[in-house]
Design a binder for this molecule. Sequence first.
Ligand code: UD1
Length: 427
Amino acid sequence: MQYKMVINGKRPLSGSVRAQGAKNAALPVLAASILLKGETLEIRRVPKLHDVFTMADLLRHLGAEVKYQNNTVKISVPDELAWDTPKALVRKMRASSLVLGPLLARTGRAVLPLPGGCAIGSRPIDLHLKGLAKLGADIQLEHGAVQARAKGLKGAKIYLDFPSVGATENIMMAAVFAKGETIIENAAREPEIVNLSEALKAMGCKIDGVGTGTIHLEGVDSLGGTAIDIIPDRIEASTFLLAGAITRGIVTVTGVIPEHLDAIIAKLEEAGIGLEIGEDTVTVKAEEPLKSVSLKTLPYPGFPTDVQPQFTAFMSTTKGTSVIQESVFESRFSHVSELKKMGAQIELQGNTAVVTGTDQLKGAEVRATDLRAGASLVLAGLAAEDETVVYGLGHIWRGYEGFDEKIRNLGGKVQVQLSDENGEPKW
Ligand code: UD1
């Protein structure tokens, strides 16, 4: 079934919206359950998203029992687990690769067809594989799948060429039972990795230094079940702050950790947006005059690549010229051609978008080609005159729980409707 979102824009959003749990924290914490044996992991504030359902299906395939009640997931892991992962599930999302490390640590074997996910660059998993090999795993690529084997992993010093989020998480989970000490250098510092380490610690792992560039792990023999809360989704929260900004509205996002939003807050402030920061809330008050600002995406604590498309949409509406450099992914500008259909003035120069603001965005029919590109088109639609129709909603549902309902609660005019298009598959 195909769906489309119909948006009647040019209305300031106002009100408050509660942030969901972070998709990018929930996925690795779900994968970490694989490390348990005959134990249960309870995870609270898990967003109901397609990527989360895919991870749950992967865990079920491996033999775990996964129960979902509201936003709490309980995973009971049996003594015996399978070690193969089905292509149909793995191809649905890149984060499937997160089962590789824990599965190898737990069963000594893992087979992973090369994963799928958003079409934003080639996104290899070479750093994950190099790290696992350093821990002593035998890694082969056969018939389009990673075949990993290990007879007892050993702690090692691993330097990451780039602070990859997924590689840091996979290596952390793989090293949990490794003999001796593992050190990950140039590790990623994202808050979602800190959340994963909190879960691992609560299960009995010995980890230090997460959130800095150097992580120390000391292997343990076994782990126990526990309960853990997922942190607020800083990307979803940023999307709603930008929805307030682009519609020149007043929007409060609640249930957030403002510190995780520092890079976004700094850029909004620079653009002239009024901000109020509470203990766990952030409010944007957007009034003209606003101005264009330039930015470069970077690993945390830099400006997140996952907010670049939404910020690009916002910059399409501010006075002046903004230079937006994408340094994390090699091609993440699929939203640009669609934004241009709505009247945005954007020139692409390699991995840089030069955006000249206009107050004349106009509704159009556009297609989401990846998750955050989709969010940026919805934001542009909320700011544009007349009607915008966004196709490819499957991408958006990979990352936003109840997106249209949350926008309606802020006064936005959006409807999700069945689409009769013979479009491309969405997920
Ligand atoms: C995670 C997030 C994603 C976010 C990204 C960067 C999850 C589930 N997804 O993705 O939303 O956009 O972090 O903040 O948490 N790279 C390699 N080799 C590797 C691994 C990565 O070259 O082995 C490259 C990638 O192609 C990319 C860059 O490193 O250019 C960043 O990737 P990485 O940090 O690994 O992102 P993900 O973990 O895939």
